[in-house]
Design a protein around this ligand. Sequence first.
Ligand code: ATP
Length: 536
Amino acid sequence: MDMDKLVSLCKRRGFLFQSSEIYGGFNGFWDYGPLGVELKRNIKESWWRDMVTGHDDLGQPEGAPSPYEMVGLDCTIIMHPQVWKCSGHFDLFCDFMVDCRESKKRYRHDQVRGRWVSYRDRRVFVATAVEDEQQLENVQQRALKFFNLRGKNAEDLLWETDLVSLTTVPEFSQVLGPDAKEPGTLTEPREFNLMFKTVVGALGGADDAAFLRPETAQGIFVNFKNVLDSSRVRVPFGIAQIGKSFRNEITPRNFTFRSREFEQMEIEFFCHPSESRQWYQYWRDRRYRWYTDLGLAGERLRLRDHDPEELSHYSCGTADVEYAFPFLQPGDFGELEGIAHRGDFDLRSHMEGKLAKDENGCLVVELGPDGKPRHKGSGRDLSYRDDLTGERYVPHVIEPSAGADRATLAFLCEAYTEDEAPDENGKMQSRTVLKLHPRIAPIKAAVFPLVKKDGMPEIAQEIYRELKQECNVFYDEKGAVGRRYRRQDEAGTPYCITVDSDSLTDKTVTIRDRDSLRQDRVKIDDVVAEIRRRIR
Ligand code: ATP
């Protein structure tokens, strides 16, 4: 699939716009248009319903060690600064950056790629920061230019490697930076904190600095006790939250995939340490299935377990749900969601203070030069007492952490299809269609009178008004009916209901299916029930 076509459809039909576009846009920020907002809301609402309100607290889902409860939270974006110190984000939430002394540009160390190449007795690493599909071409062109060769001499270049990350290059003196003319202009990688800083209060002194949350999870941990004390939940249980997060990404790119403001859908699931591995397995599989159930069923979706060396210092298991986005190199996947076994790291950090591994690999409170905790915890007891067994312990946590924007983008990429459909005269015409699952489609049904006379609009409007009580419906009486179908295909509307001359006598209408193009005649009185059945 050609990403440019999807990007242009998103703009043309009002799924996504660049933020502040009339001022030239603002890198890393995106707005959802009238169709986009419905799509994203439907994704978030499906998640909330499937994970929280629709969850059966009494039953034991397949693969789960026992029944469990689910509740929700909605926390603030700005929290006490100490939260980020204890969580580790203040010290650790960094990416490594390299600057170019020549071009004055800044790049994320792990995102710069390039190839080692030599010509005669000179060897350089030609680096690039352009989008994935153009990387090879860009490197080739720049290598030719650097060695002062023409295209027809391309074969004289001796390529030593395929595209590899700049992180594989220990020293940069032979690196030709992505926008540089001479090698050796890149600085050593430097840390860069991804949290947006802000000031709380009127004075704005150093002590008033606060941060926009880079994840929603910490709001859940710091409210663990409040939820326990107020809602009668018992371990095992999960707390879910959907909300905005902010990261000052150094190189936002690939449409909304890496944005600076985005929305997360996170669950912190609290369980007994002895059962945490089983719960991890359960959530890993449950979350993967959620995507397949909503239509990401093909080979572009995968569940990948992290290698031990990839795991965070506190994690005993992490798996990513990944999607082969069309803007990535063939064979590459991008993360949609991470499911992590986090042990008791988070609750203990907020009790005791920021934790770090000691020489034996145990998590202990990290001390500062004065021998006191480097970042003091809340001092509150965040352990759990099982009132049936009397046992007291700090629960282990399984964290499925998903991005609503990345999910939206993946569903759009998967849905984008070009095929053929017959026009009014039965002639096959090419069409663009978004084959979105009916649950997430922005508009569930469109209602058309075939022509704007003979009482057809009145019947169609009545159906429209009745359906509006249930779901998002669109009424359209303008132009040829074939064109109206095409517009709905592009918007991903699964069903079109058409009132024609037969409707006046036999009180039926046609329901056209977007994907199969099948048209069924249905009694007007049954339309609402039929649409309800189909979009569930
Ligand atoms: P990446 O390695 O791609 O930066 P991450 O591992 O840092 O992602 P997490 O901290 O695990 O991501 O965040 C959980 C989820 O939040 C991700 O799986 C993703 O869906 C979403 N997410 C994280 N960063 C961004 C971003 N900059 N833009 C959009 N979504 C994001």
